[in-house]
Structures are given as structure tokens and as C-alpha cells.
Design a protein around this ligand. Structure first.
Ligand code: AMP
Ligand code: MN
Ligand code: MN
Ligand code: MN
Length: 284
């Protein structure tokens, strides 16, 4: 069999902040030629059985997935988990704990927005939520676009939902140690998501990769919808430097908002170990 090239191992469904159901994502992935797929909802694995069944129905191979929110030296970092046992109790408990507090955070975000004249944002965001346990900034962004306050979600993040802006609330997520151990303890691989998105100094970034590796993390996203072409090369070098396997994923959320469709990014650069090579025994 030819080696897998079109793997898309990062996307979101209505179980977190995507707008498509797992079955519709599978259809979209398959239509775009994806050979190996993973659904990676934020802090949630409630869609895994549906996604795996839909992948099978379309003749795609599947890896279980999630994207865990972590706080590391004061910043939010996302850790993707792949190939774990979706029925593992410690992983399920850890994710439930990480989701906890999202509702209170959302109410505080709404209070912040009310202070600059945007009323009813909590209720407004809830209309876009598919999973009441997982209200995210993305749902607020959709509400502000629907209300005509901003033209697109990117603008909402820039003006209202990022650090220092009226709708931003500082939140403490899981520790790096816990997130990596929940994933590896369930038989999966931990992967640093979209590293170019973080605003770390070079020393802080080095600390992130060093600590991640020491905790048992094994992969880093190199080709992702959140990186530029130049950043593919930078993080390909980082993967080689730290002896990490490389992942590829669109981070697709919605047909309207995502510029990158499932399975449409360039393949991984040469001389890297794809994460799916190390996860061969976990592929369904
Ligand atoms: P939360 O977990 O509630 O903090 O929401 C994080 C989510 O917001 C990310 O997973 C993205 O889907 C989305 N997001 C973050 N920054 C941006 C941005 N600049 N433009 C559009 N979406 C963003
Ligand atoms: Mn998201
Ligand atoms: Mn992310
Ligand atoms: Mn994501």
C-alpha cells in the first residue's frame, strides 16, 4: 500500500466550535481526498464514535482526536491528542474538568461586552452553541457578526475577544503536565498545536518544547491552517531539533469562516517522521 500523505488530523465539529456535524465533516474530508482523518474538538471527545463510524462509511482511515486547552507561562497553548482510547476514564474526567468553568467565563465575557454597549451577548452566543458544555469565544464571534457589529469573526477577535479587549477574560486551563498525561495515559500521542500562533519569546518557546518533550510529548504540528508557508519550514526544523514527529491538519471550523478546506494543505516537508507512522497501530 502507498504511504498516507493526505492526512488531516485537526478540525472541529458542532461538538465544540465548528459548524458542521461529525458526519458532514467526514463527507467533506472524503470529497477532498483525505485518506486519514481525525476530529479534534476542543476539550471534548463526545463526537469520536460518530466520527469514526462516518470515516469508515466513507472508506477513510481514522484516528481518535481532541485539542486540549492548556495554560503555560500565562498563555493558552493547545495540545492535540491523537490515537487514544476514547473510553478511557481518566481522559474523560480530565476533559470534563477542563471544560468546567467555560459557562462562568462566558458570563463574564458577556458582562465585559455589556460595558461597551453590546447587550445580551451570552444569550446571543448560546444560539450558536451545539454543546452547552462548550461555549467558546468562537460562538461570541458568530453572534457579533450576526448582529452586524463586525463584518467577520477575525475582526471580532481583534477588537473584542483577545487580551486587553472588552470581551476577554483571563482563564486558567489544564496544566501541560496533566494534558500530556491524560493523552498518553489513554494510549495516545500528544502534539503541540499550531506553535506559530503563540506569542512566546524564543526562551519561552524553548521552555515549552523542552518541557513538553520531557513530559512525554511526541509531536508538533508543522503544516496547519494557522501557519504560513515560511512557518512550515521553521517548525519542520523545530521538529527535527527536538526529535518530534510532525503533524498536518487544517484546523477547519466552518465553510464560511475557514480559508482552508479539509485535506487541502501541502503535504509534510521531507525528512520528517509523520505522526501517523508512529500511530500505525492506533489507526482504525
Ligand atoms: P476559546 O477556547 O473559547 O478561548 O476559543 C478559542 C477558539 O477561538 C480557537 O480555537 C479558534 O477557533 C478561535 N479563534 C481564536 N483566535 C481567533 C482569531 N483571531 N480569528 C478567528 N478565530 C479565532
Ligand atoms: Mn476553535
Ligand atoms: Mn487551537
Ligand atoms: Mn483547533
Amino acid at each position: 500500500m502507498n504511504p498516507i500523505q493526505n492526512a488531516d488530523l485537526h478540525c472541529h465539529s458542532t461538538v465544540s466550535d465548528g459548524t458542521l456535524a461529525p458526519e458532514d465533516l467526514a463527507q467533506h474530508a472524503s470529497a477532498n481526498g483525505v485518506e486519514l482523518w481525525a476530529l479534534t474538538d476542543h476539550d471534548e471527545i463526545g463526537g469520536q464514535h460518530r466520527a469514526a463510524a462516518a470515516a469508515k462509511a466513507h472508506g477513510m482511515r481514522y484516528l481518535t482526536g481532541t485539542e486540549i486547552s492548556v495554560t503555560f507561562i500565562g498563555q493558552t497553548v493547545h495540545i492535540v491528542g491523537l490515537g487514544f482510547d476514547a473510553d478511557n476514564q481518566a481522559l474523560k474526567d480530565g476533559l470534563r474538568q477542563t471544560r468546567g468553568g467555560r459557562k462562568e467565563r462566558a458570563m463574564e465575557m458577556s458582562d465585559g461586552l455589556a460595558k461597551v454597549g453590546i447587550k445580551g451577548a451570552f444569550e446571543g452566543a448560546l444560539k450558536f452553541v451545539g454543546n452547552p458544555d462548550l461555549i467558546s469565544r468562537t460562538h461570541f464571534a458568530r453572534f457579533l457578526v450576526e448582529s452586524g457589529i463586525c463584518r467577520e469573526t477575525n475582526e471580532v477577535f481583534r477588537k473584542y475577544l483577545t487580551e486587553g479587549k472588552p470581551g476577554f477574560v483571563v482563564h486558567r486551563w489544564a496544566s501541560l503536565r496533566d494534558a500530556v498525561s491524560w493523552i498518553t495515559g489513554a494510549g495516545g500521542m500528544a502534539i503541540i498545536a499550531h506553535p506559530a500562533r503563540y506569542k512566546f519569546t524564543p526562551n519561552e518557546e524553548f521552555a515549552l518544547f523542552t518541557e513538553f518533550k520531557a513530559l512525554g510529548g511526541q509531536g508538533v504540528e508543522v503544516v496547519t491552517g494557522s501557519h504560513t508557508v515560511a512557518e512550515y519550514a521553521i517548525y519542520a526544523d523545530t521538529a527535527r531539533e527536538f526529535g518530534l514527529a510532525a503533524s498536518r491538519g487544517s484546523d477547519f471550523h466552518s465553510l464560511n469562516e475557514s480559508h482552508t478546506g479539509l485535506g487541502t494543505l501541502p503535504f509534510l516537508p521531507a525528512n520528517l517522521t509523520p505522526v501517523w507512522e508512529l500511530l500505525a497501530s492506533r489507526i482504525q
